[in-house]
Design a protein around this ligand. Structure first.
Ligand SMILES: NC(=O)CC[C@H](N)C(=O)O
Length: 388
């Protein structure tokens, strides 16, 4: 593509700052919360992660699209981010798995992007002043006009976006990580046991379902508004609470369901939104971070063990509101010491603010899936012994 074919695009932030660049992906106008991701790989997984619904992602890695996109790396049915911001774009991908270029893919799914932006300056701005709404347009090139639209857009705090991405129907997932990519061959076969897990879908990433399946789980994925009685009617060995977009405090139906499910005392594991929902169900509160954590090298841990983790979140549990008699903090984010994991003191219930399934990201935290399975195994052994 020559520069003379490039379509001018405008990016305006809610504080009035404007950046000019060129369009990639779809043309038109898009508005959302502008956030930055510092990962050096995984743009396709990031763009298709349902937790990015409602957000425009600045990629700090300087060139996007070199390896194209392929059907296996989709984290959901389609790109979920509202837009993408890049320093530079590769129009001719080179990779044996590539099926399509990133610009073509975003165009096909009507997601606008802008490149030619000084993403370092933009990221520093968001870091200093916090995540804010912004708009990208190829049709409104007047800064004041686009700013008016951006300023009329709702803020992320208070938004329930889960309904936009949760599955409309119940489905079963049994596909594990493919053998070529399985990095934990010894543990995942799970001795042929099968555990039934009901996953509440707040906007689940496929790699979570794959990791659960690799550890021997048959996963029944249910919509966010599924009543607790229906969830328990599947007679699950464990309950999984997924990741998802928007403000956790606004997902009141999910919080109420989890509160009821806690009474069943079944093993429960939550990731990201699932962790925040569990926090609310236990009586804690969440707050919005200034610019969130999005990247592949966020350190988490407590005392001696540190995991390098994949993260993508805006909100966090307020530690002062956690019921200390019932739960303890299991992990902190070691960059800013916000809560990164909690564990119930007497029941097999735990959750993390980060993404142990990676995709993209490191595998340090994969052991958490094993812990969940271990909790279900211990319980089923106790129950079988009682029956005998
Ligand atoms: N990845 C997630 O589940 C994100 C959770 C929540 N939407 C947040 O931004 O904090």
């Amino acid at each position: 593509m020559s520069l003379s074919d490039a379509i001018p695009a405008l990016l305006v932030l809610a504080d009035g700052t404007a950046y000019r660049g060129w369009s990639f992906g779809a043309t038109g106008t898009t508005i959302g919360e502008v956030v930055f991701n510092t990962g050096m790989t995984g743009y396709q997984e990031v763009l298709t992660d349902p937790s990015y619904c409602g957000q425009i992602v600045i990629f700090t890695y300087p060139e996007l699209g070199n390896t194209g996109v392929n059907p296996e790396d989709e984290e959901s049915l389609r790109p979920q981010a509202r837009g993408a911001i890049a320093r530079n774009i590769c129009h001719k991908p080179s990779n044996w798995r590539s099926a399509q270029s990133l610009p073509e893919y975003l165009k096909q799914h009507q997601v606008p992007g802008i490149y030619g932006i000084d993403t370092r300056a933009l990221t520093r701005k968001i870091r200093m002043f916090g995540a804010m709404n912004g708009g990208i347009s190829t049709e409104i090139l007047d800064e004041a006009e686009l700013l008016e639209q951006v300023q009329g857009f709702p803020n992320m705090a208070g938004l329930n976006l889960v309904k936009e991405v949760s599955t409309p129907q119940v489905y079963e997932w049994s596909e594990p990580t493919i053998p070529d990519w399985e990095f934990n061959q010894e543990n995942v076969t799970n001795g042929g046991e099968t555990f039934t897990v009901v996953a509440i879908d707040f906007g689940v990433k496929r790699n979570i379902l794959r990791r659960l399946a690799s550890y021997g789980c048959r996963v029944i994925v249910v919509p966010v508004n599924t009543p607790a009685e229906e969830i328990l009617s599947y007679n699950p060995d464990g309950i999984f609470l997924s990741n998802g977009p928007g403000d956790p405090a606004a997902v009141t139906e999910g919080i109420a369901t989890v509160k009821t499910l806690l009474e069943s005392q079944k093993p429960m594991f939550g990731i990201c939104m699932g962790h925040q929902i569990l926090g609310h169900a236990l009586g804690a509160e969440t707050f919005k971070l200034k610019f969130g954590h999005r990247g592949l090298n966020q350190p988490a841990g407590l005392q001696r063990r540190i995991e390098i983790t994949s993260q993508n979140h805006s909100f966090a549990i307020n530690p002062d509101t956690l019921p200390q008699a019932v739960v303890e903090i299991s992990h902190l984010n070691l960059n800013d010491r916000t809560v990164a994991g909690v564990r119930h003191k007497s029941l097999p219930i735990f959750s993390v603010q980060y993404h142990p399934e990676a995709s993209p990201g490191p595998h340090d935290a994969d052991y958490l899936f094993e812990q969940f399975v271990q909790a279900m195994r211990s319980l089923s052994t106790v129950t079988n012994a009682e029956v005998k």
